[in-house]
Design a protein around this ligand. Structure first.
Ligand code: FBP
Length: 552
């Protein structure tokens, strides 16, 4: 394999572990805290997880280990969308396993959860994992979105584990994948297989978080990558002074990515889906917000600007949310009938027949491309694939209409030349920032400690992340603690509750206090590329979101 100079250099990087994990493994003790409850629907979740509900939070500290002395054979799975740092979770897990005993084995199941069911695996050796240290991507074993949920799949998983003598499975994934991890842990406990399941919080979206999981891995690197690109576009816009750039950034549901990029780059406008929902803003209201900045800037002679649009926005607009909810149910409940239709006209009539009158009116008012995008395949969890809906183009069209009208009324006489962008896949496999490289390595290392101390149905947690890695804290949180019941594919299911942007949280409050100025004046800031080597004040900085959330 040909190596770039950075790739070679990153192989040599030693990720920083929290101080408390630097002791020899036999000197690390698990300390249990309070018993936990699910975030809501406690009675129902307890019934669904009789063996793994209510377990205690765990933290690690220096002491005498009571870990089991046995040979560990651990299977690891990367699940869902790529996020920078995934390789380091695996190298951290590998190093911990081997530092406990050279006899321990790490098996990587390939292409996501389906690897476990298909028994498609590779035994991970030092020589092999060394090629992936501190690099981006999930290509060490591949990833996939197969959902593990049926008894039949679990029975196969049990057999595969038995065949390899597997003692634990580590699932590296987002909210949906860790929901599956909890269900698998419950199944293995119920069947008394002895196989433990540990999850690791992954997703660039940043929506898998709570008081203990301060951020999911990948968010740091992805937002820094997008912010670099947005900053570059801002500088281009400010140089040429002729385009309005509409930039959609990834993040399936929550607007954490958009907000973090806004804090880093101070664009003219950043839309926040959670605010749209709270204020019940219609598509027209959203366009008005953007137009207000365009008009104000035009009055100053500035016919350029940057608008950040969160990928999930469309699902938060009340009328579209209702429409998508109905579409999801129709597509799930009348799957065969719907899938048999090939012609667009027939699909359209099918929707006219099955949607409520109100929702059909919204559907019919959208541009044809957006209608088609709303009907594209759902992901395996029943979600609309918002990354494929061109909301940024829809917004441009809505703004154009409004500006034409204002022009006719003599209230606007600027120029509105636009360019649209979507930053998503560009950020998911970047070389992990030092923060993500350190955090991920620690998550993997810590996952081994949870395994060797006998825990199952837990997420590996590393907290106190706004401080230097020295002061980070390691532990585990029962996955059932994060669950609630939600409507999925037409039925109520236990799932990890997504953490959306809190409108009374510090990051949004900071943004809210500054956005009026940013909307009128040119206040762009240019974060530049991620730096891997140099002063810690430049290279090890966490995101603005994390710093604001944890500032004292
Ligand atoms: P995860 O939740 O699996 O981490 O994936 C998040 C994400 O990157 C979203 O931001 C995006 O909407 C989606 O994946 C895209 O999915 P795909 O990779 O299947 O196109």
């Amino acid at each position: 394999m040909d190596l770039s100079p950075l790739q070679k250099a990153r192989y040599e990087y030693s990720p920083k572990l929290p101080r408390m994990l630097r002791h020899p493994i036999e000197e690390i003790e698990a300390k249990e805290g309070k018993a936990t409850e699910s975030v809501s629907d406690q009675d129902e979740i307890k019934k669904l997880f009789p063996n793994t509900y209510g377990m205690k939070e765990v933290s690690f500290q220096k002491g005498t280990s009571h870990a089991k002395k046995r040979k560990e054979v651990v299977g690891v799975i990367l699940s869902g969308g790529q996020a920078p740092g995934g390789h380091n979770v695996i190298t951290g897990l590998f190093d911990a396993l081997k530092s406990a005993s050279e006899d321990n084995v790490l098996i990587g199941f390939k292409k996501g959860p389906s690897g476990l069911i298909e028994d498609d695996y590779i035994e991970l050796t030092k020589e092999y994992v060394d090629q992936f240290r501190n690099t981006g991507g999930f290509d060490i074993i591949g990833s996939g979105r197969t959902k593990l949920e049926t008894e039949e799949q679990f029975a196969i998983a049990k057999e595969v584990c038995k065949k390899h003598g597997i003692t634990a499975i580590v699932i590296i994934g987002g909210d949906d994948s860790n929901t599956n991890a909890a269900v698998l842990a419950e199944y293995f406990a119920r069947e008394k297989t002895g196989v433990q399941v540990i999850g690791c919080p992954k997703t660039i979206d940043g929506d898998l978080k709570n008081d203990v999981i301060e951020v999911s891995f990948g968010f740091d690197t992805a937002t820094k990558t997008y912010s670099e690109l947005i900053g570059n576009i801002e500088r281009d816009a400010n140089s040429a002074k002729k385009y309005w750039h509409f930039i959609k950034v990834m993040g399936r549901s929550a607007s954490h990515i958009a907000l973090e990029c806004a804090l880093e780059t101070q664009p003219s406008v950043c839309l926040v889906s959670e605010e749209v929902e709270k204020k019940q803003m219609s598509l027209s209201d959203i366009a008005d917000q953007v137009v207000s900045s365009i008009v104000r800037r035009a009055e100053r002679g500035d016919n350029f600007g940057v608008v950040i649009v969160p990928e999930g926005l469309i699902e938060f607009v009340p009328e579209v949310k209702k429409l998508i909810g109905e579409l999801n149910d129709i597509v799930a409940l009348k799957k065969d009938e719907f899938n048999a239709i090939t012609e667009w006209n027939e699909k359209y009539s099918f929707m006219e027949k099955n949607l409520t009158k109100e929702s059909f009116a919204v559907f019919a008012s959208l541009p044809l491309d957006i209608e088609k995008q709303l009907l594209m395949d759902r992901d395996p969890h029943g979600n609309v694939q918002v990354s494929r809906i061109e909301t940024e183009k829809l917004l441009i069209a809505l703004c154009e209409k409004k500006l034409d009208l204002l022009k006719k009324e003599g209230k606007y006489n600027g120029k509105f030349s636009t360019l649209s962008h979507f930053f998503g896949y560009e950020g998911r496999c970047a070389f992990p920032s030092n923060f993500d490289a350190d955090y991920c390595y620690s998550l993997g290392y810590n996952a081994f400690l949870l395994i060797s101390n006998g825990y199952t149905g837990y997420l590996s947690t590393i907290s106190n992340l706004s401080k230097s890695a020295d002061e980070w804290k390691a532990g585990g949180i029962p996955i059932t603690k994060m669950m609630n019941l939600e409507q999925r594919s037409g039925v109520k299911k236990p799932v990890i509750k997504k953490a959306l942007v809190e409108l009374d949280g510090k990051p949004f409050k900071y943004f809210e206090a500054h956005r009026e100025k940013w909307a009128t004046e040119t206040c762009f800031t240019f974060p530049g590329a991620i730096q891997y080597y140099g002063p810690a004040s430049v290279c090890d900085l966490p995101t603005r979101t994390l710093s604001l959330e944890h500032e004292e």
